[in-house]
Design a protein around this ligand. Structure first.
Ligand SMILES: [Zn+2]
Ligand SMILES: [Zn+2]
Length: 207
């Protein structure tokens, strides 16, 4: 089930799968997702062959890409499901890569990642992954960070902003808008998997 599918105009899914049949011949496809914040649909034309992160090579140097990979690791593996990194942490990481970047070079590059919409910088200065990164680098992210990136129970997209079950071992995750949607049709607010009371205050993401 997906919100976007339901929002999509009649026949649109069919249209997309027809196009994708052709695109797949050249290792590309249209991929659907939604903004994690508000659930608005997002589409991207993505490469489906091999190393997705290689596509960054047209825009960035190998050193810049290795910094980007470290940033992604920092964000994905952040404590407490925060899925974000402070600018201090991000800058510190630049000095740890094989070919270290100066602070000012790292600052300039971080801004480029934000301007190019690979990263988002929040009001409090923390960096997180953009929807573009989650969508276009999905295979890379799933390969590298399988244990960290868990899908939403309702829409099956990766959750880096949302809510989690109170039970540590339980894998139930929702985007905020997916939780609202799901619980509005339920009599009791319990985890769909383990049935414990669902607390909307168990936040995933920048907090
Ligand atoms: Zn969702
Ligand atoms: Zn649960």
């Amino acid at each position: 089930m997906s919100i976007n599918k339901e929002r999509a105009p009649e026949g649109f899914q069919e249209f997309v799968s027809t196009i994708n049949q052709k695109l797949n011949l050249v290792d590309m496809e249209f991929r659907r997702s939604h903004e994690e914040d508000d659930g608005n649909p997002v589409w991207a034309l993505v490469n489906t062959n091999g190393d997705e992160i290689a596509k960054l090579a047209t825009e960035y140097s190998p050193v810049e890409i290795s910094y980007f990979k470290r940033l992604i690791e920092l964000i994905v593996t952040a404590d407490d499901d925060a899925f974000s990194a402070s600018s201090i942490m991000a800058l510190k990481e630049a000095s740890k890569i094989k070919t270290p970047l100066t602070k000012s070079a790292a600052e300039t590059l971080l801004q480029r990642f934000v301007d190019d919409k690979w990263l988002i910088q929040s009001q409090n200065g923390k960096y997180s992954m953009s929807q573009r990164t989650i969508l276009e680098l999905q295979a890379y992210l799933k390969d590298e960070f399988e244990d960290y990136l868990i899908e939403c129970i309702l829409c099956y997209d990766i959750v880096t902003k949302g809510q989690r079950c109170d039970v540590q071992e339980c894998k139930s995750r929702f985007h905020h808008h997916c939780a609202r949607r799901y619980f509005s049709s339920q009599n009791e607010k319990v985890c769909p998997a383990c049935k414990i009371v669902w607390k909307s205050s168990n936040i995933i993401g920048d907090h």
